[in-house]
Design a protein around this ligand. Structure first.
Ligand code: MN
Length: 711
């Protein structure tokens, strides 16, 4: 186990300004917190965080990362709380430790390797800081190095699988090839021990047969480059067992057919020298066609830069050669970490944290596809984003504050349009609920359902808002159109004319309309009346002359006088009337039903007649009373059963009158020898007023029963 002073010395070797006191405190704090806990290996548990810190120091990370490495398991595995960490080490460290802890918890929940891609995305999403991810990777690397101590076969395999599927690709994604190679190889050894042993044995056999060919090739390449005036360093290696195995699987070839199990690397000083070295090698050896790739002029998405080529090299061996500068090499091996440390020495003008972010943004800028970019953005460098999953596991990125409606529209416009409800993590929740990172969202849809205008008040994405607005506009137009057409047809009828669109086409100009449909819409909106249209179409008509004022009207701001209807959610200009079945009153919960050609009928929400519209949700309009209906008068309807005795009818009307109700209609619906059933329409102010009247009637002895009409 690395000792305290060794760790501090290692850190100071590359970062002389490191906070030595913080490192010391974290070392001791972690040691005390983990106390006598033991690892599966029998080592003190504390050895693990120290090794992780050591790995982070080898990556030359900043003090905060190394302190986090020392503390990374304290919150999850000891009595230490996040508050304790914050008090002792400050908010930055607390935030980083919290991030690593969250990732560890996430890990415990997931056993779906099928979801690997999503899990990787989620890990990225939850890594609020790239350092959280780096600590997590170092943690995983040490756990993989000590995997053999775990007794449970099942558990070992699970961890190895997870490493292969999730952490190795993540390491590659942020450019840490050395970490990726080791993670892969360790997982490979656990998952396919026989395959790995076979490949390693054959590599050994090849080496013996060739008499260790790698050093000879290195020597020859070095000589050729030197003769050409280049100061180059040549490295050679066998490819990793796992990469050979994968190639064998991928190309379905046997080991013997694999030609290039050796890879060589040429490191030079400048980009110019890279191309110079390429020229040297290409002129000295036969080039294998199709193997040359220039990742210097076009770097890979993770910022990998190098020239790749394949040649029939020294000793007629087919080899792969990578040519890069030493800086590119450092970046390729250590990824973002190197990127940061490399530039730290040269004129640092701002804090390392910002540098981290800037470098990462650079990498992101080079991301290839939108998918790639989206994935990278999961890092909460963009704290204004939230990431949620579909039931199938697709990840949807949304702005913070997004609701299930935004989610639905992000998945597909139609899903948004037809959304009727949402389950978040399996629970049915209101559509205005704000989503949190990692939420699984299931959108329930219903064919024929349409966007609700009040969604617009809580959606946050432009796409959702645009769709909702567009829908409202087209819906309005369709309704105006239907209404206008009905009005015009009626006006034709009243005038004794047979309806036809031909005379309308002739008068479009008069009404400033381009099409007959536009004319209907204008009539529906109340810009022109049906009468005016008929008069314009039949100017010979006796009283036509006096009545054509359409242009004047068109110029005026059109509004049918729906101001008298104290209801919100209506389409301006649309005809409104109250249903005769349920007689809605201010204070009732109400709904509007759009009747083609007639406008909107308002029903109470519990009206029995609504049942006939359940299959046509597109007709339903979400409406509500405005609350300024004080001065208006509405008709409520009640059904009364009263004993058939002299004077009883008088008591009924008197009681209603005393409560300030004005009977506008009264009808005996059923008369038996003992009872009358009477339907009474009463003008009242609102539902409260009607309820008072009903209560008074119920208190009247001669009245048997009183119910409000329900359609
Ligand atoms: Mn750990």
């Amino acid at each position: 186990m690395m000792r305290q002073f060794e760790l501090v010395e290692l850190v100071k070797s590359y970062d002389p300004g490191a906070d030595e006191a913080a490192l010391d405190r974290a070392y001791v704090y972690s040691m005390k917190a983990h106390g006598s806990q033991l690892r599966a290996s029998g080592d003190p548990y504390f050895s693990h965080p120290v090794e992780v810190a050591g790995l982070l120091a080898q990556m030359k990370l900043d003090t905060a990362s190394i302190v986090t490495g020392l503390l990374h398991d304290t919150v999850e595995d000891t009595l230490v709380t996040l508050d304790d960490i914050e008090r002792s080490f400050g908010s930055e460290i607390a935030r980083l430790v919290d991030g690593v802890t969250k990732l560890s918890r996430l890990e415990l929940q997931s056993d779906q390797t099928k979801q690997a891609e999503n899990f990787r995305k989620l890990v990225l999403a939850m890594s609020e800081d790239i350092r959280v991810l780096l600590v997590k990777l170092a943690d995983r690397l040490h756990n993989m190095r000590t995997l053999r101590f775990i007794k449970d076969d099942e558990k070992r395999r699970r961890i190895a699988r997870e490493t292969m599927d999730i952490y190795a690709p993540l390491a590659e994604r942020i450019g840490m090839h050395r970490m990726k190679d080791e993670l892969e190889d360790l997982a490979f050894a656990e998952l396919y021990p026989d395959a790995r042993a076979g490949i390693v044995a054959r590599l050994g056999f090849l080496r013996e047969k060739g008499g260790n060919i790698v050093p000879r090739i290195i020597a020859e390449l070095s000589r050729k480059l030197k003769e050409d005036g280049l100061d180059a360093q040549v490295q050679g290696r066998e490819k990793s067992a796992y990469s050979i195995w994968r190639k064998m699987q991928h190309k379905a070839v046997a080991f013997e057919q694999l030609s290039d199990v050796m890879a060589f690397r040429v490191l030079v000083g400048t980009v110019g020298e890279c191309y110079h070295a390429l020229g040297t090698i290409h002129s000295a050896y036969h080039v294998v066609p199709g193997r040359f790739k220039d990742y210097i002029s076009t770097p890979k998405p993770n910022n990998y830069r190098s020239l790749h080529t394949g040649v029939i090299g020294p000793e007629r061996q087919r080899i792969e050669v990578q040519i890069r500068t030493r800086e590119m090499h450092e970046v390729a091996e250590l990824g973002v970490a190197a990127h940061w440390t490399y530039k730290q020495g040269a004129g640092r003008t701002d804090g390392p944290q910002y540098r981290w972010l800037r470098e990462l943004v650079d990498i992101l800028d080079h991301a290839s596809g939108p998918e790639e970019f989206l994935e990278h953005t999961r890092l909460e460098m963009f704290p204004d984003q939230v990431f949620a999953f579909t039931p199938k596991g697709d990840l949807i990125a949304l702005p913070r504050g997004a609701t299930p409606i935004d989610f639905a529209y992000a998945v597909h416009s139609q899903i948004g349009d037809q959304c009727v409800g949402a389950k978040i993590n399996g629970r049915l929740l209101p559509l205005r609920t704000q989503l949190a990172n990692g939420d699984q969202v299931e959108i329930m849809t219903s064919k024929g359902q349409t966007p609700s205008p009040d969604w617009e008040s809580f959606v946050v994405t432009g796409k959702a808002r645009a769709r909702i607005r567009r829908f409202i506009r087209t819906q309005q137009r369709a309704q105006y159109l239907d209404l206008g057409r009905a009005i015009v047809q009626k006006a034709f009828r009243q005038d004794g004319q047979e309806f036809s669109e031909r005379p309308l086409e002739a008068v479009l100009k008069v009404f400033n309309c381009a099409t007959v449909e536009d004319l209907y819409v204008a009539v529906g909106q109340g810009i022109a009346t049906g009468r005016e249209v008929v008069n314009a179409a039949f100017p010979q008509h006796p009283d036509a002359k006096n009545k054509i004022v359409p242009l004047a009207r068109a110029r005026r701001k059109a509004q049918i006088s729906d101001t008298a209807v104290p209801i919100r959610g209506l389409i301006p200009g649309m005809a409104v009337h109250f249903a005769g079945c349920c007689h809605p009153l201010p204070g009732d919960r109400i709904v509007g039903i759009v009747i083609t050609g007639k406008g909107v009928t308002i029903h109470t929400i519990d009206c029995e007649n609504l049942e006939s519209f359940t299959d046509e949700p597109e007709r339903w309009l979400d409406v509500a009373w405005t609350g300024d209906e004080a001065d208006s008068v509405h008709v409520g309807r009640i059904n009364v059963t009263i004993a058939n005795e002299p004077g009883n009818l008088g008591s009924l009307t008197t009681t209603i009158g005393k409560q300030g109700g004005n009977i506008s209609n009264l009808k005996i619906t059923n008369r038996s020898t003992d009872f009358f059933e009477i339907m009474v329409d009463i003008e009242v102010a609102d539902v409260k007023h009607l309820t008072t009247i009903i209560a008074a009637l119920r208190a009247t002895p001669v009245i048997n029963s009183v119910e409000r009409a329900r359609g």
